[in-house]
Design a protein around this ligand. Structure first.
Ligand code: PEP
Ligand code: MN
Length: 336
């Protein structure tokens, strides 16, 4: 629900109404434009009477929002959200690349890759310490030791770290040590995890679920935001279709669709989106062309020996060339 206020609305009366609504358990969002002032209401508004709110002399009208997501939607927040992690920004015209291995494997491995991707212009370092593997026998990640290695890599390169949380027992460690908490595709609808991570109020990289619609993805963002998080980056990483030529079907149309419905930045993962290193470059460039706010790319110094996702990892050399091409496409589509 959105309450549109009159131009000369008395701030004291607006404050009293906001307080009353807050006491009803609703989340209040003040939406101020150049010539407009509105109050957005998220939560269960079914008990509110539109006529009663419109009876206030400072209220112009009351509008129902048809979308189930409110805080994540553009109607509540018309301007693009810019996620700013110590000056490393994504969204609102700020393009950023997150790069690094699928998994942290050793100190030498993560430091070497971190230095290479930083030198090529990556803004964030990715690396899994806890891995959601399909097989219980596959490498599960280095765990908390991997997190320690990411911290060393951050300290040596200055790149903020992006890494996935699997289990709420690690919330405290992630709150303390991680710059951007990744919610993986498999956990996108783990609603209790979303609530707990949201309550940390830290930046989150939220990956679209394997079989999630765009609306379900935005509802996952809504869970995080309803718990207090504001800085959410949505990631299109491919969805399951009948196609078997690629690991997933990378839905590039999701980028302009999500950006029209939501103020949150959208990044694309061409690595998990395709499953093959030679498809990463063309799909990354395509993502830039359709207006993505950034990319998340798996880079490994020895993909043939990678403990996870080697087939879709590009080398630092390929990444370096790709970054130059990304800059060219970005300049071409954003000129004028
Ligand atoms: C990953 O980023 O390594 C990962 C496991 O991604 P997803 O959750 O998209 O499969
Ligand atoms: Mn991976």
């Amino acid at each position: 629900m959105i309450i549109i206020l009159k131009r000369d609305a008395d701030p004291a009366k607006v404050e009293t109404l906001s307080k009353f609504l807050q006491e009803q358990g609703l989340i209040i969002q003040d939406i101020k434009g150049e010539n407009t002032h509105m109050i957005g209401l998220a939560g269960d508004t079914s008990h509110l009477s539109r006529e009663q709110i419109e009876a206030n002399d400072f209220v112009e009208s009351v509008k129902k929002i048809s979308e189930p997501y409110k805080l994540a939607g553009r109607k509540f927040h018309p301007e693009d959200t810019i996620v700013d992690v110590g000056g490393h920004k994504i969204g609102g015209g700020n393009f950023a690349v997150i790069a690094g291995p699928c998994s942290v494997e050793s100190e030498e491995q993560i430091l070497s890759i971190a230095r290479d991707v930083a030198a090529s212009g990556a803004a964030f370092l990715r690396g899994g310490a806890f891995k959601p593997r399909s097989s219980p026998y596959a490498f599960q990640g280095m765990g908390l030791d991997g997190l320690e290695l990411l911290k060393i890599a951050r300290q040596k390169t200055g790149l903020p770290i992006v890494t996935e949380i699997l289990n709420p027992v690690h919330l405290e460690a992630f709150a303390r040590d991680v710059d951007v908490i990744q919610i993986g595709a498999r956990n996108m609808q783990n609603f209790s995890l979303l609530r707990e991570v949201g309550a940390l109020k830290k930046p989150v990289l939220l990956k679209r679920g394997l079989c999630a619609t765009i609306e379900e993805t935005l509802m996952a963002a809504e869970y995080l935001m309803a718990s207090g998080a504001k800085d959410i980056v949505i990631c299109e990483r491919g969805i399951r279709t009948y196609e078997t030529a690629t690991r997933n079907t990378l839905d590039l149309s999701a980028v302009p669709v999500i950006k029209s419905k939501s103020h949150l930045p959208v990044v694309v993962d061409p690595s998990h989106g395709t499953g093959y290193w030679h498809l990463v470059e063309p799909m990354a460039l395509g993502a830039v062309a359709v207006g993505a706010d950034g990319l998340i790319i798996e880079v490994h110094n020895a993909p043939q020996y990678a403990l996870c996702d080697g087939a879709q990892s590009i080398t630092p050399e390929v990444f370096h060339r790709l970054m130059k091409r990304i800059a060219k496409v970005h300049a071409a589509v954003n000129e004028g």
